[in-house]
Design a protein around this ligand. Structure first.
Ligand code: DC
Length: 233
């Protein structure tokens, strides 16, 4: 069954989850799913409607009335569709970063999101990244990882991501933003960010993505797939 075979990757913002999740999915022939993109699309709609992200009833109303889908792309990435509009680029802005954690704290909102994510993983073997994948979404999976890295290193990685898009963002601002998001994500009452008891914890501060994926493949008993990894990278 896909829910048991699927692989959970959790961790704080900027730990490198999406990069390694995509690589791992590619070498194993699984579908890569970024669950944060679903919450980001919801945050974008809250912004567009001019609503207060701290107004639970308003956010829930949005969650119930919008259509949010994620689709795999041919190159192993993911496209996010909000009410038939492709918002893949628009959900990766500082404005969305600022609103996404507050809209993700509500139990009823999360129920909707978890159902959508479980529906994907019951259809297809997936490598899913997020905050509650090992603890909630794929609780029955026997393949769980929790990635961490120091806040400074995570902020540096985010700064490089922005630089690739031609934007300069001060490192100190990114450290602040990441620390604030960590706090909201890990102290919320419903499904807080934390490693599942059976997750393999990997500190990625000084590891390259290839090294992290090799560690994961070893833990999965799939050292054989390292060959595909070296050929792809
Ligand atoms: O993975 P990301 O940084 O794009 O996620 C954005 C936010 O979405 C994150 O700060 C908290 C929320 N999120 C969540 O609550 N649960 C998930 N499974 C994934 C993301």
């Amino acid at each position: 069954m896909s829910l048991e075979k699927s692989i959970a990757i959790d961790g704080p913002a900027g730990a490198g989850k999406s990069t390694v999740a995509r690589m791992l999915a590619s070498v194993l022939g699984y579908r890569y799913v970024s669950t944060g993109d679903l919450y980001r699309a919801l945050a974008l709609e809250v912004i567009r409607r001019g609503l207060d992200p701290y107004d639970e009833a308003a956010v829930l109303e949005v969650a119930k009335s919008v259509s949010i889908r994620v689709e795999p792309t041919v190159d192993g990435a993911q496209r996010t569709i909000l009410n038939k509009e492709d918002v893949t680029e628009e959900i990766r802005t500082a404005e969305v970063d600022a609103v996404v954690s507050p809209v993700s704290v509500y139990a009823e909102v999360r129920k909707h999101m978890v159902e959508a994510q479980r529906a994907i993983a019951s259809d297809v073997d997936a490598v899913m990244d997020g905050r509650d994948i090992g603890t909630v979404v794929l609780a029955e999976s026997s393949h769980k990882f929790y990635l961490t890295a120091s806040p400074e290193e995570r902020a540096r990685r985010r700064q490089r991501d922005y630089a690739r898009k031609g934007r300069h963002v001060e490192l100190a601002d990114l450290v602040d933003e990441i620390t604030r998001r960590d706090r909201v994500d890990s102290t919320r009452q419903v499904s807080p960010l934390r490693p599942a008891p059976d997750a393999v914890v990997i500190d990625c501060t000084t590891l390259s993505p290839e090294e992290v994926v090799k560690t994961m493949l070893a833990a999965l008993g799939r050292i054989d797939a390292c060959f595909t990894l070296s050929r792809n990278s």
